[in-house]
Write a protein that binds this ligand. Structure first.
Ligand code: MG
Ligand code: MG
Length: 262
């Protein structure tokens, strides 16, 4: 996955990443306005790509290791890296929409999991608690802490609630490359791993399951699904490590606006 050393960003570089992240937040809002029962993930993918390109940017995932789409679209038991399809979304489904934007040489990366129509109470709880775990992780992204403090905070929030924490896929540094050092697992020990310093830019992304933590990869070489076929949720922000409080560069503001106006 990520190679090389940790890339600490200057404030000028962070300004460029903030611009990419703001465009990404708006792209997510565009997608959110189309997410409904009967829509296809191919429609969402097309809209995201069009919106990002219309704003002079590039969808980070398109062509990444030959990934064929602009979004990763992961319904129900698909954890991450799902393909766009012509299958209509149905009430009761959940759908993770993961998107990356490359603007002026810098990437931003974020993901949100939607409930389509009416979902069961346990699935709604999975979504609510996975999102909450993201912010528990982000709270730890301050200088002087270590990567393991982020990891532990996520695991320690969702694990005791009975959810599974996926091990095989992790968060990551992000910047001029989509995947940089360090890896940011969603499980781990407090006080372990690389030290966090101001200027580190991280994609923190809990991937949490309603059943067991084990995942399998499908024959397409991308799609990651839970082994027990139980649903999985995924939320992600791109953040900057700061002294007292992490700065969240991406935003769910436009998603939540679109959802509340439905
Ligand atoms: Mg992502
Ligand atoms: Mg990511």
């Amino acid at each position: 996955m990520a190679t090389g050393v940790i890339q600490y960003k200057t404030e000028e570089e962070i300004d460029l990443m903030r611009a990419a992240a703001q465009l990404l937040a708006r792209a997510h809002g565009e997608v959110a306005s189309l997410v409904r029962e009967g829509a296809t993930t191919r429609q969402l993918d097309s809209r995201a790509e069009e919106f990002i390109r219309d704003h002079g940017a590039f969808p980070s995932f398109k062509g990444y290791n030959n990934f064929p789409h602009s979004l990763c679209l992961s319904p129900n038991s698909v954890v991450v890296h799902g393909f766009a399809t012509d299958e209509p979304l149905r009430s009761g489904d959940i759908l993770s929409v993961d998107c990356g934007v490359l603007l002026n040489g810098y990437h931003a990366d974020s993901a949100y999991t939607y409930a389509i129509g009416e979902v069961s109470a346990e699935v709604q709880r999975l979504l609510t608690e996975t999102k909450a775990s993201l912010y528990k992780g982000i709270e730890q992204a301050v200088s002087g802490n270590r990567v393991g403090d982020i990891s532990y905070a996520i695991q320690n929030y969702v694990g005791p609630k009975g959810f599974g924490v996926v091990r095989e896929l992790v968060g990551h540094g992000v910047g001029a490359k989509l995947h940089e050092k360090p890896e940011v697992p969603n499980y781990g020990k407090r006080g372990s791993g690389p030290k966090l310093q101001v200027g580190m830019t991280l994609a923190i992304e809990p991937m949490i399951t309603l059943g067991k933590k084990d995942v399998v990869q499908e024959k397409d070489g991308w799609t990651i699904r839970t082994r027990d076929k139980k649903p999985a949720a995924h939320f992600e922000h791109t953040v900057v490590v700061r002294k007292d409080r992490a700065e969240i560069l991406t935003s769910f503001e436009f998603i939540e606006q679109a959802l509340s106006s439905k």
